[in-house]
Design a protein around this ligand. Sequence first.
Ligand code: SF4
Length: 329
Amino acid sequence: MEKIFETNEKPIANGSVPSSAVASMPFAPTVESDVPSQKPQPPADVLMESHPAPFGRPREFLGNRFVYAVISQRAYGLSIGINLNPDKACNFKCAYCEVNRDVPGRESKVDLGALRAELEDLLDLTFQGRLREIPYFHSVPDELLVLKEVALSGDGEPTLSQQFSEIVREVVHVRSGGRFPFFKLVLITNTTGLDLPQVQKGLKFLTSEDEIWAKLDAGSQEYLERVNGAGMSLDKMMANILLVSKQRPIVIQSLFPLLNGQEPPVEEIERYVDRLKDLKKCGAQISLVQVYSAHRPAHLPKCGHLRLRTLSRIARRVRMGARLRAEVF
Ligand code: SF4
């Protein structure tokens, strides 16, 4: 899952990277000078070339069933992920999706006891500074091994999980148990189930320091179907985004892929900006728009990475047109 002004901020309050760490980072800011950015803009290509392993997503290297770890560009470092969809359930078919649904999910349900044990073990390794014992993290710079978030995400759409609220409650219990320093939770969603009662119940467990990152890749129904193969209307997505963004500030995640060698049409970007303006007009609190492209190999070969220049142009339109903060990743 970026735009007019550029943000990630409120959200990224505790995801900020100290300037001393930034100075030694393997990447330099890349966003154009007119882009008001408070964070370094990590160029995906540089990151991936310098540290290929952590930026792929072979989540299985820990041997876990439900908890994984990645170095996330949008989190600015280590993200521990909770897979709410071991069954790979999703109502979208995004052109850039990394999940291969030709291979069925390994489990139909999340075992809460196993999830808790895996999460506590990984948090132990993280906070004891022992992640580097894992070969996967051998060459990762120290500053990227600082935990930035625990993400409610996975191989499908988290808000479609029947266990959504009990999983959130379990993770919040781990956090509040006093065994670990506070960590931020981030729900990464395509917006589908944000209005469902069990999801609304689960969201009540989140604090103001937690975040919701909601997908919005299109400004028209036609483009939504092309890029996301969405099993829902754009109007419904907008309604769900509005619902939660009136309850708390959210981050909009917008991924613009190169589709069959084609960039997103200029008119489509304008319609997308119009959607953001509509959300604002209706009272949505949007702290940041993340603009990025497909970085990892997609399951479908028609999908490619948009050049940074185009992404920066889109972000500028978000800033100028919708007067929102936008960051390019
Ligand atoms: S919403 Fe996420 S999990 Fe679902 S198809 Fe799109 S990228 Fe894949």
